[in-house]
Design a protein around this ligand. Structure first.
Ligand code: NAD
Length: 427
């Protein structure tokens, strides 16, 4: 059992802190957001993550987990401190390290001699070294900085913590690396020990590769759509090749979330600084921007103008099983619909309020007044919705499906008009 502090209680910090407590460690989570800490102490989870709330409650009850805004108190006894604050993008696409810098500078006067500082936030290669310099200034104590990038996926974060594919530990000090291995020792996941620069690069390269796979299949889907081939059949055939694999071969209206877009742009910046223009990744981002416009472009082709049209937008979260709408294709779609003079109304099973348009948690009510519907997120309550519902609820059932939730054969003998990605429309 170790005394651990986690700085930042966002998706990564809160999951990490709670799961480490569940492994038996004594964990204190710190955030500068007082409202969030109060809510957590009252047993509320600030975001939707399946299974997390009950794990928070049970570990609070066992007194293995604490939440506070008082850094000094939290850091004083810690043997290991995880940094899990945000690293949003700067205007030029590079990573904004100001939260990381402020977090480590603030804790530096309070740490014990020999404390392990673990960087969990996604940071550009070279940040481990910067963190050492930022901490050096006034603490006068010895410490070790280890890079331990996070690979969890929102929506399956607990599973990913306990059953991840790998735990990457980037360290120049073998003892520090072993100490971190010991913290994770109850998890049956392979460790990969690397140098810090390589650990930082592994995270960016992994996200950039997954983003590339998505943009690649989206490019293939455009060609399929023009040719009359079916992207679902093509992706299935490609995915059966074990060198390619079936994951991340789902054509759709692009990737979103707080990681892929920002990390891809940050890697382009990192490459630029080394004198290497990363043309492939620039294209990946361009394709993704184009893809976000796909459904509206199809609707414009179908209707000519979308002015005054009532549009049911199905799904706001950037993917199912989360309430995260950061960089969500559904949100970009709503903003563009509004610019075109349409009246969007949204349904999402967990996102209840957004500043952009009305949200209703009854999919039937959202569909009933709509001229057409657009699927943005493949939540089960959307992807499993019987087609009868569209036919019986809408004046004229027209569906633009940005996640290919239905098979084309499902539409045989039906009155519903169906437009999807990389397949011929069913009219
Ligand atoms: P988030 O925005 O959800 O949470 C960040 C939290 O840090 C906020 O609650 C904020 O108040 C807090 N914070 C900021 N400065 C602080 C300080 N000085 N002291 C204490 N708390 C502070 O971010 P997130 O989604 O959890 O991501 C965190 C990092 O992990 C990012 O670098 C991100 O790229 C990376 N990451 C995210 C995911 C994901 O799926 N969300 C997955 C892997 C890696």
């Amino acid at each position: 059992m170790r005394k651990i502090t986690v700085i930042g209680t966002g998706y990564v910090g809160l999951v990490t802190g709670t799961c480490l407590a569940n492994l038996g460690h004594e964990v204190t989570c710190v955030d500068i957001d007082e409202e969030r800490i109060d809510a957590l102490n009252d047993g509320h989870c600030p975001f939707h993550e399946p299974g997390l709330l009950s794990l928070i409650k049970s570990n609070l009850l066992e007194k293995r987990l604490r939440f506070t805004t008082i850094l000094k108190k939290a850091v004083h006894h810690a043997e290991a401190i995880f940094i899990a604050v945000g690293t949003p993008e700067n205007e030029d696409g590079s990573a904004d390290l100001s939260y990381v810098k402020s977090a480590v500078q603030n804790l530096s006067p309070y740490i014990n001699d020999g404390t392990l500082i673990i960087i969990k936030s996604t940071v550009p290669p070279g940040t481990n070294q910067k963190v050492r310099e930022w901490m050096q200034s006034d603490s006068g104590r010895t410490f070790h900085v280890v890079s331990n990038p996070e690979f969890l996926r929102e929506g399956s974060a607990l599973h990913d913590f306990f059953y991840g594919d790998r735990i990457v530990i980037g360290s120049t000090d073998n003892n520090a690396g072993r100490f971190l291995e010991d913290i994770y020792s109850k998890i049956n996941t392979p460790f990969l020990q690397t140098d810090p620069l390589s650990a930082e690069m592994i995270k960016y390269a992994s996200n950039a590769f997954l983003a590339t796979k998505i943009s690649f299949i989206n490019e293939i889907s455009s060609v399929c759509g023009d040719l009359g081939a079916d992207i679902e059949q093509v992706a299935q055939g490609m995915g059966m090749d074990s060198r390619i694999g079936e994951q991340f071969l789902r054509a759709g209206i692009g990737f979103g979330g707080s990681c892929f877009p920002k990390d891809t742009k940050a890697l382009v910046q990192v490459a630029q600084e080394t004198g290497h223009p990363f043309k492939l990744l620039s294209a990946v981002m361009d394709v993704n921007e184009r893809q976000k416009n796909l459904l509206i472009d199809k609707a414009l082709k179908r209707y000519g103008s979308l002015k005054g049209k009532h549009v049911a937008v199905l799904g706001l979260a950037f993917k199912p099983n989360t309430d995260d709408i950061r960089e969500s294709p559904g949100i970009s779609l709503i903003k563009r619909l509004q610019k075109l003079g349409s009246i969007p109304i949204a349904y999402d099973p967990v996102v209840k309020n957004i500043p952009y348009c009305a949200v209703n948690n009854s999919i039937h009510e959202v569909l009933s007044g709509a001229d057409f519907a657009m699927i943005c997120t493949e939540w089960p309550s959307i992807s499993d919705l019987p087609l009868d519902v569209y036919e019986n609820t809408m004046k004229e059932a027209v569906l633009f499906d940005g996640r290919n939730c239905y098979a084309r054969e499902d539409f045989e003998g039906r009155t519903i008009e169906y437009h999807s990605v990389g397949r011929q429309p069913y009219e």
